[in-house]
Design a protein around this ligand. Structure first.
Ligand SMILES: Nc1ncnc2c1ncn2[C@@H]1O[C@H](COP(=O)(O)OP(=O)(O)OP(=O)(O)O)[C@@H](O)[C@H]1O
Ligand SMILES: [Mg+2]
Length: 309
């Protein structure tokens, strides 16, 4: 079974206007709502591949209810911890020509210690050997930086396999708990290690530094340049297929989705990253928040190439 965790989800509301103007009332020509969360994005990619997953996290209030029913309508199973605060709403105002935008994210509701405990207990009660867990995204207010590390310790105890996709201190502490794999992008890697990430040789050194921090395997994604896989004894550069890029936001989440799908099918880490690159490229070629279809991912997978370093 595959589980995805989103600790600070949001309803994302995007309003399209002809022009952005201050101090006047703008009329929206289009309005769209999405269920925002990096773990949810992974579940959506898995759904594209025909693979069920269960989405976990904290939700609250009417916005939380809406999020749950929205995910269920997409045929994604949910198992949330309900909190007393209201799930956040993030607002984007974009111009029709896509030349300007304003995006305002709420911080998200405070998550009390009792709710954090409830989630840890829930994870301990459902985690089983060989299950795949994707932990993705930032932490809501009140949740300590060590929270992912605590979750990974529980998952390791239950012999479940963890993929961690987060940033900063929670990633550093998460690494210490020895997750199976982490997937920062190049910039996140630079911020965490302080090392340069301009050349392939530098990226390999930075990935090895992340291994030293405790991650068992490291994937560093580099947008259209593809991704590096660093294991204890192998380095592979995976060249992503060429696509017409429309919206690269969320490509990393789709990469994680394609990767965990392939791992769950028994592919090697290297080939699984190939599926991840194809999935990331497929999503980057779609407009808006759409994720790539299985047919497109399969087609792009044929174009992935691997280079041993
Ligand atoms: N323009 C592109 N062309 C081909 N492949 C792409 C492109 N953009 C992304 N990809 C694929 O998707 C993978 C993940 O993209 P990226 O490195 O941008 O992730 P990210 O920064 O974590 O994104 P996010 O956090 O917004 O989901 C890349 O390693 C690559 O394989
Ligand atoms: Mg990312």
């Amino acid at each position: 079974m595959i589980y995805t965790l989103t600790l600070n989800p949001a309803i994302d509301r995007e309003l399209t206007v002809t022009e952005v103007q201050y101090d006047s009332v703008l009329s929206a020509v289009k309005s769209q709502v999405d269920f925002g969360g990096k773990g949810f994005n992974v579940s959506r990619l898995l759904k594209s591949m025909g693979m069920p997953s269960t989405a976990l996290g904290f939700i609250g209030g009417r916005t939380g209810d809406r999020l749950r029913s929205g995910l269920q309508a997409l045929d994604i199973a949910t198992d949330f911890v309900v909190i007393s605060g209201e799930t956040r709403t993030n607002i984007s105002i974009v111009t029709e020509k896509h030349d300007h935008y304003i995006k305002v994210n709420e911080k998200g509701p405070l998550v009390e210690e009792s709710s954090q405990r409830e989630l840890l207990d829930k994870i301990a009660s459902i985690a089983g050997p060989g299950d795949w867990w994707v932990l993705a995204g930032s932490l809501p207010p009140g949740v300590p930086d060590s929270f992912y590390a605590q979750i990974i310790a529980i998952l390791n105890e239950h012999k479940a396999v963890t993929i961690l996709d987060t940033t900063g201190e929670s990633l550093r502490l998460g690494c210490e708990a020895k997750p199976f794999l982490i997937k920062p992008n190049a910039e996140e890697t630079h911020k965490l290690t302080g090392l340069p990430v301009e050349t392939t040789a530098q990226i390999v050194l930075a990935a090895k530094e992340l291994l030293k921090m405790g991650a068992q395997n490291v994937v560093i994604s580099m947008g259209k340049k593809g991704a590096l896989l660093q294991t204890a004894d192998e380095s592979w550069l995976v060249h992503s297929p060429k696509i017409q890029e429309k919206n690269p936001i969320g490509a990393g989440d789709s990469m994680v989705g394609g990767l965990v799908w392939a791992l769950s099918q028994g592919y090697s880490l290297k080939e699984s990253l190939g599926w991840g690159a194809a999935s990331g490229a497929a999503t980057a070629s779609m407009s808006g928040t759409e994720v790539g279809s299985r047919a497109l991912i399969e087609e792009l997978f044929q174009q992935v190439t691997y280079e041993a370093l």
